[in-house]
Design a protein around this ligand. Sequence first.
Ligand code: UDP
Ligand code: MG
Length: 324
Amino acid sequence: MRPDDPVLSVVVPMYDEEEVLPIFFERMRPLLDGLGISYELLVVDDGSRDGTATLLMAAAEDWLQLRVVRLLRNSGHQAAQSAGFRRARGEYVVTIDADLQDPPEVIADFLKAARDEDVDVVYGVRSDRSSDSWPKRTTARLYYRLMCRLVGKQIPFDAGDFRLVSRRVVDAVNALPEDGRVFRLVIPWLGFPSAEVPYVRAERAAGTTKYNLSKMLRLAFDSVTAFSAAPLRLATWLGLLGGAMSALFVVGALIIKLTGRSIPGWTSTVLAVSVIGAIQLLCLGLLGEYVARLFQSSQRRPQFLVGYDSLDDSGHHTFTEGND
Ligand code: UDP
Ligand code: MG
């Protein structure tokens, strides 16, 4: 820790959030100023294409603690968090969404819990999800059920990415070699002592969700493939099942042939072809997920590139930070 490092870093990944930004600042500033500790509000602009960047720069002019890190292109919520974790200097790091669904007032409770209970992680746990739409609630429930199964029991149910971690956790996460880390799984998996603070999740204050279906599916795939070879095993089981079924088909065909009732049975042929074909495709798809992961990590491509950090006032486009 250097002497001028703040006690608290608040990391906010942002993608096209111009609508919510004014409300966000209005609510955040008095709150952070009122905490009575040194802080930095580290906004990771995840390649926004709207006015987010302009609004951020304007706000940073008279708000010293506002630090802007801009990624060159949209790299996704988790990659933006990785960038935030790399760059944050605080002794404690809080991650929070820009849309004010997670009430920033809870940050004070996080800090209190971390200090009083002497823990390294404080999870914000949604005690009420009624503000989320029905499909969101259902998919979220499915996701957490599955993840508890895969990672083990220690995943706090309904904890998203609103949490506080200590410097020890930040360093541990940054030291992980893996790409495409899913923070809400990796952090519980690390196993630092933790506490939970319940909070009520609000409606999005302005703008629309930046998590489209493809981003949600990406998160689900990354979550599963990062933690479990179970799908691969499922492929094996399906393959065995397919093998057994085709064996039955062969025996059946032989019996029909031997009893002399052999009509060239196209029904069984079509069945066999379609069933086995479907199973093979499914297995190939599952294998593909893992091969893709191996492929990506063997490439060692940077997950994000930092184009600008308002802390380095040496000018624009310092292309640093190859890997996350
Ligand atoms: N976000 C991001 N990059 C993306 C998508 C989302 O940085 O590619 C940010 C977004 O600006 C917000 C947070 O991630 O601060 C959560 O996104 P959102 O609120 O749209 O997701 P939801 O609450 O609908 O799941
Ligand atoms: Mg949201």
